[in-house]
Design a protein around this ligand. Structure first.
Ligand code: SAM
Length: 368
């Protein structure tokens, strides 16, 4: 599980500085998280816990998963040290906290505050966001905004209480809606909502969700379901595709592709929603990770709750920063381990390929 797939970098004397020593010899001497395919990671996803208070059936079994032991999970100080390193020395400009459910992490506000105090090498602040199921957000949104959080993405797949209870195995829709209102009231705007459509469950709700989001002022993003369920039951033929989602929306809304359509590293393709007179009502995005993968533009690097670097959601290898950190490695050594991991990032995830290998961790244990 904890393989460094490009050989183990040499440990350097404490205090030795700069990129180069201990790095793969074919890698250019840049401090940034460059890979062999010309991409540079600027966006760090940090999982703060593998635990969750929902049990979405496409994500977790009813009994939960074998959770990480407390001692395996990075402490707040360890998270802050690695995030600081990424921003200060590795060129990361955006940090998103996720999980599991990141609101279950008691130290979240402190971790966010420490992150928003960081500055990149050129002195810019760090865009700091949160992906959450929204439960408890109403209570904590004010403190998170005060800690400098830039924005939140709240996951919500249905507006119907019975369906919500069936999908998540918890009767908590009202709490999520409260959380959304709380986030908007705390100024964490624009609040984004992420929805996954599941065949035969909520695939008739695309237009309802958009109507609701436009009225509430939330920015809705549909995400294609990816093969990241713990039981390996995902089937390409059962997945609701971006094309189907757009067709359903276009039956009720006028959608205009965003000008300058290149989405760059942003995974969502965005459409403006306009009325019959062309007046702008809002927008909607679709993240087609399976049918229109954006790997060529991917600028992400990931850190799991137990301190493993992953180059991709679908990686089959990880690089262990936690053990290095706990064995006394200095920042320069940790930075080179991270750089070496990213240099080996594969060109794409091949999810839509019949030979695709399911990753060893489910989404909740990687950080969605
Ligand atoms: N608990 C937080 C939340 O609910 O947003 C963060 C973690 S959760 C794993 C992040 C997102 O991943 C959610 O929007 C969830 O719907 C989505 N997700 C989980 N499994 C997925 C899958 N197989 N394909 C696509 N999205 C998935």
């Amino acid at each position: 599980m904890t393989t460094v797939d490009l050989g183990v970098p040499r440990l350097r004397r404490p205090g030795s500085a700069g990129a180069g020593a201990g790095l793969p010899t074919d890698r250019p001497a840049t401090p940034d998280l460059l890979d062999r395919h010309g991409r540079t990671a600027r966006d760090l996803r940090v999982s703060l816990t593998d635990r969750c208070n929902l049990r979405c059936h496409y994500c977790m079994p009813p009994e939960g998963l074998p959770w990480l032991e407390r001692a395996e999970v990075l402490t707040d100080a360890e998270v802050v040290r690695l995030v600081s390193l990424a921003v200060r020395d590795l060129g990361v400009r955006e940090v998103r906290f996720t999980g599991g459910e990141p609101l279950l992490r008691k130290g979240l506000e402190d971790i966010v505050a420490a992150t928003t105090r960081l500055r990149t090498a050129d002195g810019s602040p760090v865009a700091t966001s949160l992906t959450t199921n929204g439960i408890g957000l109403a209570r904590r949104a004010g403190a998170l905004a005060a800690a400098g959080l830039t924005r939140v993405n709240v996951s919500l797949d249905t507006l119907r209480p019975d369906r919500f209870a069936a999908i998540t195995r918890r009767d908590r829709l009202a709490d999520v809606l409260d959380g959304l209102r709380g986030a908007a009231a705390a100024g964490l705007a624009p609040v984004k909502v992420n929805a996954v459509l599941l065949r035969g469950t909520n695939d008739d709700e695309a237009a309802d969700l958009l109507r609701w989001a436009l009225a509430a002022g939330y920015r809705l993003r549909f995400i294609e379901q990816m093969p990241l369920d713990p039981h390996g039951s995902w089937q390409r033929s059962q997945m609701v595709t971006a094309e189907e989602i757009l067709a359903a929306l276009q039956r009720e809304f006028r959608l205009v592709p965003r000008p300058g359509t290149a989405r760059g590293a942003a995974p969502a393709e965005t459409w403006d929603v306009v009325d019959d007179d062309g007046a702008h009502l809002g927008d909607v995005g679709v993240i087609a990770s399976v049918t229109r993968p954006f790997c060529g533009d991917c600028d992400r690097t990931r850190l799991t709750a137990d301190g493993q670097v992953r180059t991709c959601l679908f990686s089959t290898t990880e690089t262990d920063l936690r053990d290095a950190l706990r064995s006394g490695a200095d920042d320069a050594t940790l930075a080179d381990l991270w750089r070496t991991a990213m240099w080996g990032k594969l060109p794409g995830h091949d999810v839509d390929d019949p030979g695709f290998l399911h990753p060893t961790r489910p989404m909740s244990a990687i950080g969605g």
